[in-house]
Ligand binder design. Structure first.
Ligand SMILES: [Zn+2]
Length: 445
């Protein structure tokens, strides 16, 4: 069943998500403008002095929620009371209006310093692979908040009401402007900042392999020593951010990239070639997307049908076409991993054609990294994938016989980390992961 993004609400009850709520009373029109202005100024001055002397006299500014910034996303908002907001999580559906996934919200709470604000999130049930989906946001995945957009922390409590699929939390902002998000954001601008930081490293090649639907650059990084002459070395491919809401994968990618370009990574650059897609869906990461590109195509499906030589295919799915062409043109691939996030267990896919390598990879991840799977081994894959439903690793594994894997990292509390995962944990995992992948392609089975 498909749930409309505004399903369940009477639209008239809702205000725009970008409501600006400061109100100013306008003097009567009967006064001339000069009188009106001077009277207004005198009133404003008197009110300001009174507010300074007696703060309790002044009415508090109205609290507002906004999402008009990079990566921001919030649906219609209904103000239940002065400081209680019912917020729809709009989600995103595919090119056919199916598979709606409501896994992302990011907004600011304004003019609420020192006041307790309650937020109730609603419209949380989606659809996955054409089947009724679970609730993507619940008490196990509380939001993160930040006053500066740099330092984030989890709110400790979020409650979930099963009777109406609504999640609620309260916060008392310590400043007039705080940001709230499902998990710590990693925007398209941040990846550009990272690329600017590392540009010029002698062992790095940064290629723009194409443009996204909205015209953003799609990058492919090659890290090796030297980057342009590496025949004979094993080649490892890493793909981040096929799905925009899964920002944890960008932190892992950043951790891997920084480690590989560091002094410590030099030994690995000598022996291995890394090819890294740092952000496959920059549009979604800029626009607050969830799972689909700007034309509605899931960037981790459609890998069998996307055709880089076909104009229409390049128009609809430029991101898949560019990455697919880059991999096929380069040819060599000794290892491939695509990174993902989800609310539930962590897991690693088992390759249909490279089962033994899957088992070794899984065992090394468990031993050497913070990977915390629910199962005791890799999750079996199938080679019976429906047309247009091939994910990138299924396409590479089944159709091209490459050792390709998908890893899901959970956003709920990890028993191995002992807490809810943070960006710091993800960056550290990127370092651990790069070492494990290098060891796998260098060791003899
Ligand atoms: Zn994903």
């Amino acid at each position: 069943m498909f749930t409309n993004r505004d399903g369940g609400f009477s639209g008239g009850d809702f205000q725009s998500p970008l409501m600006i709520s400061a109100s100013v009373s306008i003097p009567p029109n009967t006064m001339n403008q000069r009188d009106s202005n001077s009277l207004f100024s005198a009133r404003f001055f008197a009110l300001s002095v009174l507010c300074l002397l007696l703060p309790s006299f002044c009415p508090a500014a109205e609290i507002s929620l906004r999402s008009d910034f990079e990566g921001g996303m919030l649906g219609p908002v209904k103000q239940i009371s002065e400081a209680h907001f019912l917020c729809s999580v709009p989600g995103q559906a595919d090119q056919d209006g199916r598979n709606r996934q409501p896994s992302w919200y990011s907004f600011s709470v304004n003019e609420a310093k020192g006041r307790e604000v309650k937020v109730t999130l609603t419209d949380l049930r989606g659809e996955y692979n054409y089947k009724p989906g679970g609730v993507s946001i619940n008490e196990a995945s509380p939001p993160v908040v930040s006053a500066d957009g740099i330092n984030w922390h989890h709110l400790t409590t979020m409650t979930f009401d099963k009777s109406n699929d609504q999640a609620s939390f309260t916060l008392i902002p310590e400043s007039d402007h705080v940001m709230v998000a499902h998990i710590e954001p990693y925007t398209a601008s941040r990846v550009n900042q990272l690329l600017a930081e590392i540009r010029g490293h002698p062992d790095l090649k940064d290629e723009v392999i194409g443009k996204s639907v909205e015209g953003r650059d799609l990058h492919l990084l090659t890290i090796s020593r030297p980057a342009v002459n590496h025949s004979g070395k094993p080649v490892i491919w890493l793909m981040c951010r096929q799905h925009a809401w899964e920002s944890g994968t960008s932190f892992v990618g950043e951790g891997a990239i920084k480690f590989l370009l560091s002094d410590e990574g030099k030994a690995f650059r000598d022996r291995v070639v890394f090819k890294i897609f740092p952000m496959l869906d920059p549009d979604g990461c800029a626009d607050g997307g969830v799972r689909f590109n700007r034309n509605g195509y899931d960037l981790n499906r459609n890998w069998d049908t996307a055709d880089p030589s076909n104009l229409e295919s390049r128009r609809l799915m430029p991101e898949i076409c560019a990455a697919k062409k880059a991999m096929i043109d380069f040819g060599r691939m000794d290892f491939f991993l695509t990174l993902h996030n989800q609310e539930r267990d962590e897991w690693l896919s088992r390759s249909v054609n490279h089962g033994e390598l899957s088992d070794r990879f899984f065992a090394m991840l468990v031993k050497e990294t913070s990977f915390n799977p629910g199962a005791k081994g890799p999750t079996p894959s199938t080679n019976k994938v429906a047309a247009s439903r091939y994910s990138v690793y299924e396409f590479l594994d089944i159709q091209l016989n490459k050792p390709a894997f998908l890893m899901e990292q959970g956003i709920a509390s990890s028993s191995k980390l002992g807490h809810l995962p943070t960006s710091k944990d993800r960056i550290e995992f990127g370092r651990q992961l790069a070492r494990v992948m290098c060891a796998l392609v260098l060791e003899k089975p």
